[in-house]
Design a protein around this ligand. Structure first.
Ligand code: ZN
Length: 160
């Protein structure tokens, strides 16, 4: 099996059985994330203990890439400090935009499975959605994030 085929299989597997796919009633932060270009929408829950991400979970609907990425992301950041998670996001973003040097890709572990989206600009937003939500969760209070900053406002969320 080629590496590409293995990565493809990993994405499909995480899409079928996403990790940490559950609500978290006692979360410290809850963020809604949307990618209108694809129709991906997710809710991310993060539990912070001091400066460490004690738990992360999500629910939502969207394409296989967005779901697999959220699954891989929540698994990858658990136990990390905010700074470590932000640093991981930075490297992940470089990976999916095709600017991460080959020599540094190994450090991303199974997140590397999403590297293939760098060839498909629209898919980069699918792969980044959960990470943008995480970034907002760590940076601020409850809010909503969108991959599209310009353009019409999304409709208000009930009970958000
Ligand atoms: Zn998508």
């Amino acid at each position: 099996m080629s590496t590409d085929a293995l990565y493809q299989e990993l994405i499909l597997e995480h899409n079928r059985k996403p990790r940490n796919f559950r609500e978290m009633p006692d979360a410290s932060r809850t963020i809604e994330g949307r990618n209108p270009l694809c129709g991906d929408a997710l809710t991310l829950w993060v539990k912070l203990e001091n400066d460490t991400i004690a738990d992360a979970s999500f629910k939502g609907q969207g394409c296989a890439i967005s779901k697999a990425s959220a699954s891989l992301m929540t698994a990858a950041v658990k136990g990390k400090t905010r700074a470590e998670a932000e640093e991981l996001f930075e490297r992940f973003h470089q990976l999916v935009t095709g600017t991460l040097p080959e020599s540094e890709q190994k450090s991303l572990g199974s997140l590397r499975a999403l590297g293939g989206v760098s060839k498909f600009p629209l898919r980069v937003k699918c792969a980044s959605l959960a990470w943008h939500a995480l970034h907002s969760a760590l940076a601020s209070d409850d809010s909503e994030v969108s991959t599209e900053r310009e353009g019409p406002e999304p409709p208000p969320m009930e009970g958000a």
